[in-house]
Design a protein around this ligand. Structure first.
Ligand code: ADP
Ligand code: MG
Length: 242
């Protein structure tokens, strides 16, 4: 089982600092949600884990079977190779490639290549709609179907830890509910560890074991369980309109 420990990282783009000494951890088998409205640094945090953004200070420790690696300084390829995979915001599919080709591209990690057929079957069982559309260009799918491809592509790489960046963006409410339920189901079947960034509090809370609220690049609140998040004044004010 694997564990992620983010310790006091600061990161940004050029001279603009976005994350200010952020600490957060995800224990084996947990679903942790990172809640925050637009522009507060959720994606920057996930990108830091993936090696797409380089923190200027701090450590990102990844523990697998008692062995620990600092991810800071690793390339995105190295991070993926270790078993950390992100479902990026806005899906980022190859629009001209078919569903099946997009999924196959998710399996470039060594551990995944051997299991490509097995995992493809699993993805098609999980998302029967994608099986029907396997030969269709990804760019011609609906938003909900594209989100399915993005999640399925991540599964193709046999992740130990799945990072999901705002799966609800651009989807109709019913599809958001379905996608959130699917992530929960997958987590249980695959025994995944999940870190999900969301601004849709009501949806995220449905699958959260616990979570954090990020405001202006700082963790403002840590909720030990879903109830603690729901009872938080900031959540009531910003998300629930109380
Ligand atoms: N590639 C980038 N270059 C410069 N600034 C960026 C870039 N990406 C994000 N930012 C800025 O970083 C801040 C946090 O953005 P982001 O991490 O995307 O927040 P969130 O995912 O919570 O919406 C925002 O002010 C945004 O404008
Ligand atoms: Mg974002």
């Amino acid at each position: 089982m694997s564990k992620l420990i983010i310790e006091n990282i600061s990161a940004g783009y050029g001279s603009v600092q976005v994350l200010h000494s952020v600490s957060l951890d995800v224990n084996p088998g947990e679903t942790v949600v990172l809640l925050g409205t637009n522009g507060n640094g959720k994606s920057t945090l996930l990108k830091s884990v993936m090696g797409l953004v380089s923190p200027s200070v701090g450590a990102i420790r990844f523990e697998v079977d008692g062995q620990e690696t600092n991810l800071v300084g690793k390339s995105p390829e190295e991070v993926v190779e270790m078993g950390i995979v992100m479902v990026p915001e806005a899906r980022r599919l190859f629009p001209l490639l078919t569903v099946e080709e997009n999924l196959t591209l998710g399996a470039y990690r060594d551990a995944a290549r051997k299991k490509i057929n097995e995992n493809l079957d699993f993805c098609f069982t999980t998302f029967p709609r994608l099986k029907e559309r396997r030969k269709q260009q990804a760019g011609s799918l609906s938003g909900g179907e594209q989100q399915m491809v993005a999640v399925a592509r991540a599964l193709m790489s046999e992740p130990k830890i799945l990072l999901v960046d705002e799966p609800s963006v651009g989807l109709a409410p019913i599809l958001v509910s379905q996608m959130i339920a699917k992530i929960k189901e997958l987590k249980e079947i695959k025994n995944l560890t999940v870190l999900m960034a969301e601004q849709n509090f009501n949806q995220a809370i449905k699958i959260a074991d616990r979570g954090y609220i990020i405001v202006h690049g700082q963790i403002e609140f840590e909720g030990k369980d879903a109830a603690a998040l729901e009872n938080n004044d900031m959540i009531k004010q910003y998300y629930l309109g109380v």
